[in-house]
Design a binder for this molecule. Structure first.
Ligand SMILES: [Zn+2]
Length: 251
């Protein structure tokens, strides 16, 4: 059964240094960036792409980050509730990668299948020292949860495929979603933080391998050109203002 709808679920905002956003930039200036989760409904599956921040992390963020903005509505459970769902209704939770602002809500889904690239899962448990502050073991060390570890591009449901897009991290993946009316969309995750990363082919500032990150940007652009897809970046505050927010949907 084909894709029916794509919902944008806002999970608040955090402050982030421009140096962390754009590779090679040394500005300490901070900007406010959105934390995004996406929900795909197909005829026979409900698929969540990314889970945002851990609810446990919110009080600390609000204390320490003057740009953090997080309301009750921003909690992932409340966003799901607005579209008539509970966590247990989600069949697949696809994690672009296991950084704290993407895997933080994974613990809400003990009944779902958690889908991540095998290389990401392995690396997250033993990250290099420069990446330790981005991987919180509590977010993904979830005994008894159902993990499905992928090795490369994988069709997850008719019209929904995981696309390997390494570089930001060793096992980053994006999600290709074929919408029936408005055409295909690529949810880029952190392979493209902002549209500017797509347009000017700039790797993210937080990066495991900038060369691979650049290859992934080019790969997603090529796929977008070949299929007529639009690329939705992961943390672009200007793009985010133009996004149709749940409970409204892309169809
Ligand atoms: Zn990340």
């Amino acid at each position: 059964m084909p894709v029916q709808a794509l919902y944008a679920l806002q999970n608040g905002f955090i402050g982030f240094q421009r140096a962390g956003l754009f590779y090679g930039e040394f500005s300490a200036e901070k900007v406010q960036i959105p934390i995004a989760c996406w929900l795909v409904r197909t005829g026979d599956a409900t698929i969540l792409f990314d889970t945002g921040l851990s609810p446990r992390a919110i009080p600390g963020l609000m204390r320490n980050d003057p740009m953090a903005r997080f309301t009750e509505d921003d909690l992932l459970v409340h966003r799901l509730d607005r579209v008539g769902l509970e966590p247990d209704d989600v069949d697949l939770v696809v994690l672009s990668h296991l950084h704290y602002d993407h895997a933080g809500g994974a613990q809400l889904f003990p009944k779902s299948e958690l889908v991540v690239q095998k290389d990401e899962y392995a690396y997250a448990h033993y990250p290099a020292s420069f990446f330790e502050s981005f991987y919180y073991r509590k977010n993904f060390d979830l005994p008894g949860y159902r993990w499905r570890l992928l090795d490369g591009d994988t069709e997850l449901a008719p019209g929904v495929s995981a696309l390997r897009s390494d570089g930001h991290t060793p096992g980053h993946q994006s999600l290709f979603v074929e919408l029936p009316e408005s055409g295909p969309v690529i949810l880029a995750g952190d392979s493209c933080y902002w549209l500017e990363h797509v347009e000017t082919e700039r790797p993210p500032g937080v990066v495991w391998n900038p060369t691979l990150a650049l290859h992934s940007i080019k790969r997603l652009k090529t796929l977008a050109r070949l299929t007529g897809a639009r690329i939705f970046p992961g943390h672009d505050p200007v793009f985010w203002e133009t996004v149709t927010q749940a409970p409204d949907a892309y169809r």
